[in-house]
Ligand binder design. Structure first.
Ligand SMILES: Cc1cc2nc3c(=O)[nH]c(=O)nc-3n(C[C@H](O)[C@H](O)[C@H](O)COP(=O)(O)OP(=O)(O)OC[C@H]3O[C@@H](n4cnc5c(N)ncnc54)[C@H](O)[C@@H]3O)c2cc1C
Length: 209
């Protein structure tokens, strides 16, 4: 059995990282458990994409945002467990919690903050026969570096903020950007959609790959 913590945060994305900072600010003995090998959650998927919509923060690329979140989160020196997936939580008779991880360790805590986002991060794969053959070559579910698309024709599938923000960033890098979205209008931020429409992108609505 490990030592007792006041709060254990499950998930090291933006929500978990800020929770770790705030728990420390309130003088709580804090532990953070994250299944990935790095802190940052989904933002690790878009290190070069600009983030426009965080209060008090001028537009900033994902990797800088993660760096800032981590510095803030570690201010009060919480215990951090990386590469550790929480598999099971049970409440004890004295109303504490026992958290079991994939390594078989048990963590004891008086309270839990669930900051798991959409859960363990997996891409939603393209539902096309044979698509997996092109994964990592010409079919990508993350953009680790915009340079990959220099002077290429790039098809972006989707119409939410992630897709439209990427399409806008790619306008200055790629030869041509084509956005394919299944609905008749984009649900993404209007200002970004307008930027996309004003520039030389091809937009295919009511369409799927
Ligand atoms: C391509 C893309 C672009 C985006 N652009 C923007 C943007 O510009 N602006 C914006 O505001 N938002 C943007 N978002 C959304 C933003 O990234 C998410 O809203 C944000 O990351 C959610 O934070 P979170 O901490 O709630 O969850 P997450 O970031 O999902 O973090 C949850 C963490 O919990 C961990 N976890 C889950 N289950 C367990 C478990 N059982 N045990 C241990 N760990 C676990 C996961 O590994 C993950 O690291 C974008 C998302 C994507 C995909």
């Amino acid at each position: 059995m490990t030592e007792m913590f006041d709060v254990t945060i499950i998930g090291g994305g933006p929500a978990g990282l800020y929770s770790a900072f705030y728990s420390g600010l309130r003088g709580m003995k804090t532990k953070l458990i994250e299944s990935q090998s790095k802190l940052g959650g989904k933002v690790l998927l878009y290190p070069e994409k600009m983030i426009w919509d965080v209060g008090g923060q001028p537009p900033v690329p994902g990797h800088t945002f993660v760096k800032q979140l981590v510095v803030q989160a570690l201010t009060f020196e919480p215990t951090v467990c990386l590469d550790t997936k929480v598999e099971y939580v049970e409440k004890t008779a004295d109303k504490h919690f026992l958290i079991t991880t994939n390594h078989g360790e048990i963590h004891e805590t008086k309270s839990i903050i669930l900051a798991v986002g959409g859960g363990i991060i997996h891409p939603k794969r393209l539902d096309c026969p044979g698509a997996e053959k092109f994964e990592g070559e010409t079919l990508h579910y993350t953009v680790p570096s915009l340079k990959l698309f220099y002077q290429k024709t790039v098809v972006v599938s989707g119409g939410g903020n992630g897709a439209i923000d990427w399409a806008v960033e790619l306008l200055d890098i790629a030869k041509h950007v084509i956005v394919v979205y299944r609905q008749e209008d984009f649900p993404a931020h209007e200002a970004q959609v307008e930027l996309l429409r004003k520039r030389n992108a091809t937009i295919l609505l009511n369409s799927t790959i």
